[in-house]
Design a protein. Structure first.
Length: 179
């Protein structure tokens, strides 16, 4: 669900964030609007999507519509990000966020604990493929058993989050709707 756009004023426009894409349309950064306007004024980037409702940033000689997404005009190399896969160590907060605080056994909202699918007492690890968000009731019922032994099958297969992939998909979707 999209929230209605908020009104931008001369005092608040600098507080907005602008998505910056590399020349290849890959997500590069999220920057303050003031930095994005400087990149546009120095002709280092171009506007792909304007902010709605429309707001124009003005100086004595220049008027630049406030952008929502800009694209750099020259490729900027970024160092590779570390890859996260299913065998990477996961944090409990990360698992809860990945599963949207929903229990992997009963699909109840507001899960506050994390369960080891294959119990730690049997050599289970703290990696993305072995941890799921779980409500306290299901965690106590499953106890020190596998899902098969407890008769509580998983509702989904736990995987490492694909943050970059999701963010890039959102960018493509937003660009498609704005063009």
């Amino acid at each position: 669900m999209r929230h209605p756009p908020t009104a931008i004023t001369a005092r608040t426009w600098m507080n907005t964030r602008v998505r910056v894409l590399n020349v290849t349309y890959e997500d590069f950064d999220l920057v303050p609007a003031a930095r994005a306007v400087v990149l546009l004024a120095e002709q280092l980037a171009m506007t792909l999507v304007e902010h709605t409702p429309r707001f124009v940033v003005r100086s004595q000689y220049v008027a630049i519509p406030l952008p929502r997404t800009i694209q750099l005009l020259e490729y900027v190399h970024t160092p590779p990000r570390p890859t996260i896969d299913d065998d990477t160590r996961a944090s409990f907060a990360g698992v809860l966020a990945r599963d949207h605080y929903r229990c992997a056994y009963c699909d109840g909202a507001g899960a506050t604990t994390v369960d080891h699918v294959y119990p730690r007492s049997r050599g289970g690890s703290n990696n993305w493929s072995n941890l799921v968000a779980c409500c306290l009731t299901c965690n106590n019922a499953k106890s020190d058993q596998t899902p098969e032994e407890s008769g509580m099958p998983l509702l989904w297969v736990p995987r490492a989050p694909r943050i970059d992939h999701k963010r890039q998909h959102t960018i493509w979707r937003d660009l498609a709707h704005s063009l």
